[in-house]
Design a protein around this ligand. Structure first.
Ligand code: FES
Ligand code: FES
Length: 161
């Protein structure tokens, strides 16, 4: 991290496996730097106060609400966003399942839902419908697609919700 004066610093963000050097305000959130600095607009801004989960990304494998994370604190961390989830042209199993289960309507919450679901599965918490509902409760869907979202996650986890 390099001081550029006027509360601006150069920070190196490793996003989806690639290092990006960006000049950011010391107070800038990771969400704003991803969207405005790196044009990675798949990560959505909903409430901008930690309440909706639309901005969920993984940092070092842990799901984080990027509107609550300072960009300057993410030096040397691995950040995974929705843009880095597919393997080339092959969508992630959760992306396919969301489509198969019609787990979206407007789609605004969907990147955050999917990134949170990836984290949930890595945490080993997709063990029942109740557990999925509990540990996905930080991700809101104003279109009411929650039952379909749970079904999609359950399918990938190989359980009956
Ligand atoms: S935009 Fe981050 S939790 Fe709503
Ligand atoms: S699909 Fe519209 S908010 Fe979730």
């Amino acid at each position: 991290m390099t001081d550029h004066g006027d509360d601006q610093v150069m920070v190196t963000l490793r996003v989806n496996g690639c290092d990006h050097e960006v000049v950011a305000d010391v107070c800038a959130t990771l969400l704003d730097v991803l969207r405005d600095g790196l044009s990675l607009t798949g990560t959505k801004k909903g409430c901008d106060m930690g309440a909706c989960g639309a901005c969920t990304v993984l940092i070092d494998g842990r799901r984080i609400k990027s509107c609550l994370a300072l960009a300057v604190m993410q030096d040397d961390k691995d950040i995974l966003t929705i843009e880095g989830l597919a393997s080339g042209e092959e969508p992630h199993a959760l992306q396919r399942a969301f489509v198969e289960h019609d787990a979206l309507q407007c789609g605004y919450c969907t990147p955050g839902q999917i990134m949170s679901a990836v984290g949930l599965m890595q945490e080993g918490r997709a063990t029942s419908g109740a557990s999925i509902r509990e540990f996905m409760s930080g991700n809101l869907c104003r279109c009411g697609a929650h039952p379909h979202i749970v079904a999609a996650i359950a399918q990938v986890a190989g359980i009956v919700p």
